[in-house]
Design a protein. Structure first.
Lengths: 301, 259
């Protein structure tokens, strides 16, 4: 393969670690709202109050993380200047705004009893908005030219939704007495399984492009994430229903695993962008194999 | 984007790299006219290329390739620039509308709108647009939007002493490029090729296209660039399916009762 002095063809992202941190907190908040809403509907107020509190915490931190990443933070309101379906960041800004408003009212009501009328609408709305809030971030990074993200466009939203379920279930498992936490434990286990499966499917489909998930700092992060998620799942699945200590240890491991997974995906993007092999290689292959038309034409023979 | 009565002819660049002598007058003229800040000062060891790449403070970049073959050494020189794609990923993903399509069909950043979210940077398949560190906003070639509005040609094209950078109406430029390709091929330049000349490519054709003497990757250009939003349907479908699966998962978590 030819390149130009080994220089990258595309730019590395300019995003700071606030972005993967937000992928985590946004997913945690989104899935927690759904968990809280159904807990309330099934008369499990012990679980519901705690899950609403987690949702509130996550949704409060998220905009701060995003705004601090902006080059011109004072212009954050420009995010709501228009609604653009071609920009997952635009769509996500609206989802996050609506989630923030509804989750705040819902959690305030669950914790203090205030705003009962508004909360009747805000609670189901927060639960529903939390679903796309958990998955759109996968679409956001997939909609770039970064090979390890764009070529994983089908897997990334599922990976992030799985991580959201795992972290929401884990946070509620940590905070809730064992006797009231069964739905949270089940959500944590399903999420952990989905996260591990989605990660493996993604790496399989990426083939050679998955190299950043196996080597270097992003590879270390990816392996750490898998280990933490597996250990957390085992602790909660094996002993979480009997021992609070196992529930706490397992929950913390799952939360750390979901966070590490977001950072692994984030860092892998940088590695993928800066090596021209990952950009030029697959493009040249598809042109040579007749699967892509390429951007060049020689003179007609 | 339709400008109705205000519509203008679609303008662009045809960069004929076979005429480039590597003088970098385009780089200098661009910096001067657009008041682009200082970029790296020093020597890279990459032939005569000390500009390295396109970026926030480098809107024209002359690439220098030294090739040796059976007939000795040859120089390839090419002045690279923002491609002003017909399907521009940077513009598509910009959440604020700071990036827009002008009446000339070019792609320009409105610096009073950009909030430095940085989404356009990894979206661009050519690595053109970038964030200026001290300023927080993104910058790139405007195809001299201010000069076009005044019926003047862009600074780089005016400064180019060999007419390697040609500015004009897109249709005329495309015809001229096709003729030039025939000429060069007939003269024995077997690898001569038009790059981003065809509207059927992954970015819908460019407003800045090139005649190259070797494969695009030799110059650091991607051989089959695509606008990432071409796959937007798949991407949103995957995000929607994942959201529904999450909803189903949360509901299933309550199926087994409270303990």
């Amino acid at each position: 393969m030819t390149d130009y002095y080994g220089r990258p063809v595309i730019k590395e992202p300019v995003w700071t670690p606030e972005i993967p941190a937000y992928f985590f907190t946004g997913g945690l908040a989104g899935a927690s709202a759904g968990l809280a809403y159904l807990a309330e509907r099934t008369d499990n107020d012990v679980l519901a109050r705690r899950a609403w509190a987690v949702a509130l915490g996550g949704i409060a931190v998220s905009p701060a993380l995003l705004i601090s990443d902006l080059g011109v933070p004072s212009r954050f309101l420009n995010m709501l200047r228009m609604f653009k379906v071609t920009s997952p960041m635009s769509v996500g800004s609206w989802i996050l705004s609506a989630s923030g408003a509804t989750t705040s009212v819902a959690a305030a009501n669950a914790l203090t009893g205030l705003f009962p009328g508004m909360a009747a609408v805000a609670k189901p709305a927060a639960a529903l908005l939390g679903l796309p809030l958990s998955s759109y971030t996968g679409a956001l990074i997939a909609n770039t030219s970064v090979p390890v993200w764009h070529e994983a466009r089908v897997s990334l939203p599922m990976l992030f939704a799985g991580g959201a379920a795992a972290s929401a279930g884990a946070a509620a498992t940590v905070m809730t007495p064992v006797g009231d936490a069964a739905p949270a434990r089940r959500l944590a286990l399903m999420g952990a399984a989905a996260e591990l499966i989605a990660t493996n499917v993604m790496e399989q489909k990426l083939g050679g492009l998955a190299e950043p998930y196996h080597e270097g700092p992003s590879g270390t992060l990816a392996r750490t994430a898998k280990a933490l998620t597996a250990v957390g799942g085992l602790a909660i699945g094996g002993w979480g229903h009997r021992r609070r200590s196992a529930a706490v240890v397992g929950g913390v491991a799952l939360l750390a695993g979901a966070l590490a997974e977001r950072f692994a995906v984030f860092r892998a993007g940088f590695e993928s962008a800066k090596d021209p092999r990952f950009t030029v290689g697959p493009q040249r292959e598809r042109v040579d194999a007749g699967r892509g038309r390429g951007a060049s034409q020689t003179a007609a023979a | 984007m339709s400008y109705g009565a205000d519509a203008k002819p679609q303008m662009g660049f045809f960069t004929d790299t076979s005429l480039c002598i590597g003088c970098k007058a385009c780089e200098v003229a661009c910096k001067e006219w657009n008041q682009v800040p200082e970029s790296m000062q020093g020597f890279t060891g990459m032939s005569y290329d000390n500009t390295i790449d396109l970026g926030a403070d480098t809107w024209r970049h002359v690439a220098f390739v030294e090739q040796s073959g059976p007939e000795g050494m040859r120089w390839l020189m090419s002045s690279d620039v923002c491609k002003h794609c017909a399907h521009a990923a940077c513009l598509d993903v910009c959440p604020t509308g700071a990036l827009f399509r002008t009446e000339f069909g070019t792609v320009v950043v409105q610096e009073d709108i950009c909030n430095g979210c940085g989404y356009c940077v990894p979206a661009c398949p050519f690595g053109v647009i970038d964030k200026r560190e001290d300023d927080g906003r993104v910058w790139k070639c405007t195809l001299c939007y201010d000069r076009l509005k005044d019926d003047k040609e862009p600074a780089c094209a005016q400064a180019c002493p060999t007419n390697s950078i040609q500015f004009g109406e897109l249709g005329d430029l495309r015809d001229r490029a096709a003729e030039r390709l025939e000429e060069l091929t007939a003269a024995g330049q077997e690898n001569a090729q038009l790059y981003l000349h065809d509207t059927g490519d992954g970015i819908g054709g460019a407003h800045a296209f090139f005649l190259l003497l070797d494969e695009p990757e030799v110059y650091g250009l991607p051989p089959d660039p695509i606008d990432t939003t071409r796959d937007l349907g798949t991407i949103w479908a995957a995000a929607g399916a994942a959201a529904l699966a999450l909803g189903a998962g949360i509901a299933a978590a309550f199926a087994g009762g409270r303990s």
